[in-house]
Design a protein around this ligand. Structure first.
Ligand code: ADP
Ligand code: ZN
Length: 430
């Protein structure tokens, strides 16, 4: 199923031609209207017409999150303030907010991309779509909402409310699709378990869009098993509208990035050299259709790769592989680079492991991982727990090359915040 079949299946040469045309328009726009970019282009002695091929894109300047903070609140605005109709800010997981403005056309276009994404995963107007993300400055609420409405779903703007209320809405309105943080999906599952409910039988959820934070294939599988639904990975960032940048189609094998709206590059984050499809590096994105706030070559700090083969669904827009993590979350422990997702992958492969974990680094690079077990696994038999602990330590050591300390703790004993999960406490930097 397609929302906009013509755009989603453009032949590659046509798509690339369109990208260059849109990029040149964007360059004209920022050169005329945004002093920040006018100056950067002048420093590099670049004219919009100089960029005639995709290979030449690398001559353009990068934009970093520090740049966005430095020009806060509105230094990149390319329209009059009166033409901007919406403001969002990043959720601030990694520091001060970055403010992003939308024109009316930008708001509509963001909804259009969500509609494409949802329909590519089989959502229809008949779906009841419960959006369990925070409404407000965070894009996961409003941006997703208007996209799902555009498809024609009955949208329930549940927001991040209590699990009790989420459950009530799901049962009363027979919710069929949800947009949810993966960490919250696991938490919600244990809430249902405590209430003695069986999600597969007692709920009608058949599709879940999970994103906004890194998670592993194991976590996807676990959510699918618990709820008896299909889980689709969905990627976005406030700087690029929020959700709707890339999403998995029905085949659940990488996320189609809407390349007629965003120019995609993967680079080596140290040398800044471009990397070919299939190789892992930092994702760099350029907006191609944004009016209010175009951004050139944004360094997302997100680590991923492009899936080299075309997708069976017929969409020609390339897919991003599941994210390795954020460059900012990478831990260096005793000289070894570790991403929290490597730890998660190991933990979630144990059925006894519950919904939450916390990675703690302290002292001279001492790594401790606190792991919640399911209520059933915490059976009070010391020898069972010790054996499990050893198994987890060994499997972690094989994955991250370091032998961590592992603390097994009962379900519900680790802190849960509202919003994105905090997986790492690095006391070395405090
Ligand atoms: P913040 O950077 O403050 O968290 P955003 O709410 O804009 O602000 O979050 C965007 C970031 O969330 C992305 O840059 C990425 O690191 C992460 N993210 C979003 N979706 C996914 C996903 N599906 N997989 C991995 N990481 C994701
Ligand atoms: Zn596909």
């Amino acid at each position: 199923m397609f929302w906009d079949q013509a755009s989603e299946t453009l032949a590659r040469p046509t798509l690339e031609h369109l990208q260059i045309k849109l990029l040149q328009e964007t360059l004209h726009r920022v050169r005329e209207r945004v002093p920040f970019y006018r100056q950067r282009l002048a420093e590099l002695n670049l004219q919009p017409a100089d960029i005639r091929t995709l290979a030449e894109v690398r001559r353009l300047p990068f934009t970093t999150s520090d740049d966005l903070r430095a020009i806060y609140p509105d230094g990149l605005l390319a329209v009059d303030r009166a033409e901007a109709v919406r403001l969002h800010t990043s959720s601030g997981t990694t520091g001060k907010p970055k403010a992003i403005f939308f024109s009316r056309a930008d708001v509509d276009n963001a909804a259009e991309l969500i509609a494409r994404s949802l329909v590519s995963a089989g959502i229809t107007a008949a779906d009841v779509f419960q959006n369990m993300m925070s409404y407000g400055l965070f894009t996961g609420g409003l941006v997703m909402h208007y996209g799902a409405e555009k498809v024609g779903c009955l949208v329930i703007p549940a927001g991040p409310g209590t699990s009790e209320r989420q459950l009530m809405l799901m049962q009363d309105f027979r919710t069929t699709a949800v947009h949810i943080l993966p960490s919250y999906a696991l938490y919600f599952a244990s809430y249902l378990e405590q209430k003695g409910l069986r999600p597969r039988q007692d709920l009608t959820v058949r599709k879940a869009f999970v994103g906004a934070e890194p998670h592993t294939e194991e976590t996807r599988r676990r959510i699918e098993q618990i709820f008896g639904c299909d889980v689709y990975n969905s990627y976005g960032l406030t700087e690029m509208n929020g959700p709707g940048v890339a999403c998995e189609c029905e085949y659940k094998a990488g996320m189609h990035l809407w390349e007629d709206n965003f120019l995609l590059e993967i680079i080596n984050p140290v040398t800044n050299e471009p990397l070919p499809d299939g190789q892992t590096g930092e994702l760099v994105l350029t907006t191609l259709r944004r009016e209010a706030m175009p951004i050139l070559r944004y360094r997302t700090r997100d680590i991923t790769s492009v899936v080299p083969e075309p997708c069976r669904c017929g969409r020609t827009h390339r897919r991003l592989a599941r994210f390795v993590g954020r460059a900012d979350d990478m831990l260096i422990i005793r000289g070894v680079n570790i991403f929290p997702q490597q730890v998660e992958r190991v933990l979630m492969s144990f059925p006894q492991v519950g919904r939450n974990y916390l990675i703690i680094v302290e002292g001279l690079d001492d790594l401790t991982i606190k792991v919640e077990l399911t209520p059933a696994a915490f059976d009070g038999q010391l020898e069972h727990l010790e054996a499990l602990q050893q198994q987890i330590i060994e499997k972690l050591r094989a994955e991250i090359w370091i032998r961590p300390k592992v603390d097994l703790v009962p379900a519900g004993s680790l802190p849960v915040g509202e919003g994105k999960a905090k997986r790492v406490v690095d006391k070395r930097s405090l």
